[in-house]
Design a protein. Sequence first.
Lengths: 112, 550
Amino acid sequence: MNLQITQEQHGQVNILVITGRLDSTNSESFETLLTNLINAGTSQILIDGTQMAYISSAGLRILLMIAKQLNRTRGRIVLCGLNESVKKVFDLTGLTGIFPLCATREEGLKSF
Amino acid sequence: MWKQRNSGFTLIEIAIVVVIIGFLATAVIGLQAISSVSRHLQTLTQSIQDLVKCEFAPKPEAQNDLQQISESYRDEVGYLARAFLSMQRALQSYLQNLARTTAQKEKIQSELRIAHNIQMSMVPHRFPRPEETGGIMLHAVLEPAREVGGDFYDFFPLTSSGDRSAAFDHASSLPVPDRLAFAIGDVSGKGMPAALFMAMVKTLFRATAAACSDPARILSKLNDEMSRDNATSMFTTMQVGIIDLRTRMVTLASGGHNYPLLISAEGKVREMKLQNALPIGVYESVSYTNQEFTLQEGDTLVLFTDGITEAMNEKLEEFSDERFQAILEGKQNTGLEQLSTNVYQEVRRYAGTQDPSDDATLLLIRVFKPQQKIATGGPTLSETAAFGLAPTLPQPAAPSNSSHRQTVEIRDSADLKQIQDWLDREAPAWGLSQPDTHDLHLILDELIENVLRHGYANTEPAQIRLEVTVAPESIALCLRDTGRAFNPLLQQSPDTTSAVATRAVGGWGIHLVKQYSDTLSYERQNDQNVVRLSIRRRALKPQEGVTTDA
């Protein structure tokens, strides 16, 4: 199950639909993609994780780094649609407190 | 006659005289030569004796003699003298170095002793009597792994008249407190850097808690303060609580700290699952959550740092939550000081000759119960299990277990796919649910990533052998690699100099593995790293599955 990321634009919000696993085998390409987005001026990112099977600490690291960068520029990163297993990983690492987690994409979009 | 006699003895006399003179001359010359050599040897012998007596410092006159011998004789004696002088010089310089290093070390030791005393004086040691607190008893112990450490605890009374805080030592001059604030924390890393960070957090905590009596807000303020310009990227896990002394209601907020335990008035121990947010100092603007519960008469709240549960024995096995809870079980009537002593004794006995790897802190808070009776016996094991505690030992292997082996060569993270594919392919046949497969994927990912980084330093292909045993209730995993000896369980204190992002990876990975594992052990066996763990299989919930065909 390879990682696939599709980008959609919804107003000011950049939606990234993640399909598959976000782990150390592909975290670098994920990092490049996000860094490019931010360098291009994006400050509002919604990660749609409905199809995300799994995230490892390598993926979490990238998300935290991006959150830090966005924090400086008053931007925001929101996650939505995480399944129970993925959400548990966020809970266990205490990251639930940093990333707004929404149940659905609609809620996620409303939160911006 | 005379002449005749004279001439008659002349030849013999001459011969004898010549022989005698010759003999004497030879003897004198020989003796002179011998005495010259032996005098030099005596000088040398004396110098060697003086060397020991005078702590290797040369006597000036002997030094001159030796210098002269070494310069004017080209024979063995001269050679010996030169060798001696050079040895003396080497010894002297060695001794000077030694003296300098020892002095420096003593200075550092003495400074550390002072630092230890200062640190110990930063945490309160006078525990209030129940009548000072309306029936709340407290006791705490802090044992740093080295002279100083990063653990801390604190407690102090709060009065409603402006929330002025003070230590109990001065409580008599203040109105009777109506609340009690308490905290426990564990700074990342240990030793001096952790101690300095601890001092900062502890001081800030007092200042913050004096102005605001809401645990979540206290943590949040502390976190903002500590995260800002946090150049060393150190952090601390921390729990802050406030107990209302009339209603015994506890408000508690937690930043990445291990869950507290509660010993009920009946002696049963349970873990209090709290909502945990990030540790203090990692990231600004984290919000913490207050959680409220009320203590009943005879209840004991147990806050602790992982130095207790993660203390290791010679085989590098952890003391474990189960052993800790077993000690507390049925101890609802044991005095708090006695109970603390029991805990530390057991931990020390378990650790044996293994040095403590982390600071260990225990903070006990009990609601006094009038006429507490002496317990006649602890609860039975079945009662403990019924109370929701994890059984201490892994489940015995059920007959329907199935074992699956796989050996792979992994060069870098991209090769992890081999294992992921293998697991994806096989998991359905083993009867693993989606959530179980997810957990196994995550654990394998983090462990193998770790092996690559530490066992092989990302330089050579890793030889990894995997064995997955699926039992009805649990999954056992054994992972062997031929890399350098590396115990991932010891990775709990990340280094304190690298940036927060790079450092947190290792910390999170192993942290997650620990969280998911019921049992986890490491050993070095036949030049291989062997990690064994077991996870409890999750009950399958229909809405929890995710689609694999993405």
